[in-house]
Design a binder for this molecule. Structure first.
Ligand code: AMP
Length: 265
């Protein structure tokens, strides 16, 4: 995605200079010839993993970071949601099993997730950098990611872990709305769209995700505690972890993140 060409001017102090419409078709569909992101070359490509419980705001932060760093936001959840809305006839057995797990709020198997990510390794090699959101989610995925990156001669700059008390997370999930078209994320109270139910970016309809229902939320939280929380220690031991308090507005959290990244150098 976004090979050579345009040079981004990014100023930490002022933030938000360089908006780029990332075409995530190649990531979402897994095909090599589908990336139409305008050629982009940030002065420094950032390669980050965003960690945190479901609903902590990773998707929103990925979007904000993408605007200022130029890196492409890559969510594994978006791959599954796109497959769900695609024509069932084109869906494989593995994908059907994955979508069943997703509907229940459970994790998809490491094997399926890793196969999808390996198929999309081109997005990880991209000169524009990447922001992984929702992957890795288990220790096996984290280890596999590091091997995959090493094989592709790229390294992570940092793993940003967003932390928030559980009651605040549940409130965020219940009010979350996602654009059915461009996947931008809003919240009915803390990040409302300009017009109710309509995406600010593309005019698409805003929807509540199926897995944001209370029964799925409980299963997803349990899966997070069991499988994903240990990743913070795994990455801390590798000197990659940046812990960011996720309370407050999306802008506050964004500024905390960019300050921490800048301090890291
Ligand atoms: P997300 O949008 O990241 O919350 O992902 C939505 C759902 O997709 C999750 O609840 C899982 O069912 C599935 N999923 C996404 N990414 C992964 C992953 N890395 N490992 C396992 N399951 C995943």
């Amino acid at each position: 995605m976004g090979g050579a060409g345009k040079v981004f001017q990014w100023h930490w102090a002022t933030a938000r200079p360089m908006s780029i419409a990332h075409d995530r078709t190649a990531w979402i569909k897994g095909a090599d010839d589908l990336c139409h992101t305008p050629a982009a070359k940030p002065a420094r490509p950032y390669r980050l993993v965003l960690l945190g419980a479901p609903g902590v705001g990773k998707g929103t932060q990925a979007e904000l970071l993408s605007e200022c760093l130029g890196a492409c936001p890559l969510s594994t959840g978006d791959i599954f949601r796109a497959a769900k809305s695609a024509d069932d006839c084109g869906t494989s057995d593995a994908m059907r099993t994955a979508l069943d797990a997703m509907r229940r709020g459970e994790l998809v198997s490491d094997e399926t997730v890793l196969a999808l990510v390996v198929e999309r390794a081109r997005c990880l090699r991209c000169g524009g950098g990447f922001l992984l959101d929702g992957f890795p989610r288990t220790l096996a995925q984290a280890r596999a990611l590091l091997v995959l990156l090493a094989t592709n001669n790229v390294a992570l700059d940092a793993v940003v872990s967003y932390e928030l008390p559980i009651d605040q997370i549940v409130a965020r999930l219940a009010g979350r709305r996602t654009c059915g078209k461009c996947k931008a994320v809003f919240h009915v109270t803390s990040r409302p769209p300009r017009a109710e139910g309509v995406c600010d970016h593309c005019g698409g309809a805003l929807i509540q995700r199926e897995d944001d229902r209370p029964e799925s939320i409980r299963v997803r939280m349990a899966a997070y505690e069991e499988n994903t929380r240990p990743l913070a220690e795994f990455f801390r031991a590798k000197g990659l972890l940046l812990t960011i308090p996720a309370a407050g507005s999306a802008e506050d959290v964004h500024m905390r993140t960019t300050s921490a990244l800048r301090a890291r150098g």
